[in-house]
Design a protein around this ligand. Structure first.
Ligand code: HMG
Ligand code: MG
Length: 298
C-alpha cells in the first residue's frame, strides 16, 4: 500500500543553488525560502556551513540566516565538521545534516577524507548537536552508483547507514547523487536496510533525475513504506563534486504525482510552480521540470 501522507524535505535552496553557476543575491535566496514556506513546504534545507571556497554559492550563510529566522518551517543546514556546527549554532540553527559517502572516491572528492575519516569527523559534530537539542540528519551519498567506481555494493551502503544511526543521526537520507538508480535497486537496498534493523521511519530518499528515474524510484520507495522524500523546487541542483550529477527530483513533479495518488503533502502546486518560474527568471534559464513547464504554459 501507499502512505496517506508524505513529508517533503525541500532541498532547492541548498542542493539546488549550490550547483548554479550564477551567484544568487542573498535577498533573493531569502525570498525563495519564504515563498517555498508559503507554498506549504514544512522542511526547507536553507544553506551549508561548509568551507566557503569549496562551495562559493553558499558562502553567504551568515547573511542568509537572520533574513529567514521568522520563516515558519523547519530549516535544516548542512554541516561537515565542528567548525561548521559552531557557525550554524551561533546563528540559531535548530536542525543540521552531516553528509557521508558510501564510496571512498566521493568521500575524497567531497570531504577530502576517507569514508572512515569522514565518519570520525562527524562523530563529535553529531554528539554536540544532540547535546544542544538539535536534530541531525545523515546524508549518505552514492548509495546506488558512483562516477569513479563501477558498482556500489549494497552491503557497503548498509554498513555506513548503520554507523550514521549508531552515532546518533535521527534520519538517514539515501542519496542517488548521480541519478543512476532504478526501482529494483531501490527495493533491494530498502529491504536489506530493514533486515539490518533500520526501520522505514528512519529513512528518506534523495533522488537525482539524471536518467529520468527519480519519480519511478520514489514510487518504489513509497510502496516499500518510506514516507520522507527529498526534492528540489523546479528541479534545481546537482553536486559540484560529483561529475554527471544533475538536478534533484523536481518538487513539482513529485507533488503532481502525489496529488494524483491522493497522498497529502500540504503543498499548493500552483504557488510552488509560480515560485520556480520566478526563480528561473533570476537564474536566467527555464526550469527543467516537466510539471513546471506544463503548468506555467497553461
Ligand atoms: P579540508 O580542506 O580538508 O579542510 O576540507 P580542513 O579541515 O583541513 O581545514 C582547512 C581550512 O578550512 C581551515 O582554515 C579551517 O578552519 C577551514 P585555516 O586554518 O587553513 O585558515 N574550514 C572551514 N571554514 C569554514 N567553515 C567550515 C570549515 N571547515 C574547515 N565548515 C571540508 C574539509 C569538509 C571543510 C571541505 O571538504 C568542505 O567544505 N566540503 C564541502 C563539500 C560540499 O559542500 N559538497 C556539497 C554538499 S554534499 C551533496 O551535495 C550531496 C547531497 O545532496 C546528497 C546526494 O545527492 O548524494 C547531500
Ligand atoms: Mg543531492
Amino acid at each position: 500500500g501507499l502512505p496517506a501522507r508524505v513529508r517533503i524535505h525541500e532541498v532547492g535552496p541548498r542542493d539546488g543553488l549550490q550547483n548554479e553557476k550564477a551567484l544568487v543575491p542573498v535577498a533573493i535566496k531569502a525570498e525563495f525560502i519564504r515563498r517555498l514556506a508559503e507554498a506549504g513546504l514544512t522542511t526547507i534545507e536553507a544553506t551549508s556551513f561548509v568551507h566557503p571556497k569549496w562551495v562559493p554559492q553558499l558562502a553567504d550563510a551568515e547573511e542568509l540566516m537572520p533574513l529567514i529566522d521568522d520563516v515558519a518551517a523547519r530549516l535544516p543546514v548542512l554541516v561537515p565538521n565542528e567548525r561548521g556546527l559552531d557557525r550554524a549554532l551561533a546563528l540559531g540553527a535548530r536542525e543540521i545534516a552531516v553528509f557521508a559517502s558510501a564510496t571512498e572516491s566521493f568521500a575524497k572528492a567531497n570531504l577530502n577524507r576517507t569514508v572512515d575519516g569522514a565518519l570520525e569527523m562527524f562523530e563529535p559534530v553529531v554528539a554536540k548537536a544532540k547535546d544542544a537539542g538539535v536534530a541531525v540528519r545523515g546524508y549518505l551519498s552514492m548509495c546506488f552508483g558512483d562516477p569513479w567506481e563501477e558498482q556500489v555494493p549494497i552491503s557497503q551502503t548498509v554498513s555506513v547507514s548503520r554507523r550514521l544511526l549508531d552515532m546518533g543521526c535521527d534520519e538517514i537520507s539515501l542519496g542517488d547523487t548521480i541519478g543512476v538508480a532504478t526501482p529494483g535497486h531501490v527495493r533491494e537496498l530498502l529491504a536489506t536496510l530493514n533486515e539490518a534493523g533500520v526501520a522505514n521511519d528512519r529513512l528518506a530518499v534523495h533522488f537525482h533525475d539524471t536518467y529520468g528515474q527519480a519519480l519511478a524510484n520514489t514510487l518504489a520507495a513509497l510502496q516499500h513504506g518510506v514516507t520522507t522524500v527529498d526534492a528540489s523546487a523546479g528541479g534545481l541542483g546537482g553536486c559540484p563534486y560529483a561529475k554527471s550529477a544533475t538536478g534533484n527530483l523536481a518538487t513539482e513533479d513529485l507533488v503532481w504525482m502525489l496529488d494524483g495518488l491522493g497522498i497529502e503533502t500540504g503543498v499548493d502546486i500552483g504557488r510552488l510552480t509560480a515560485t520556480s518560474v520566478w526563480m528561473a527568471r533570476h537564474l536566467g534559464r527555464p526550469s527543467p521540470s516537466r510539471t513546471v513547464r506544463a503548468l506555467s504554459q497553461k
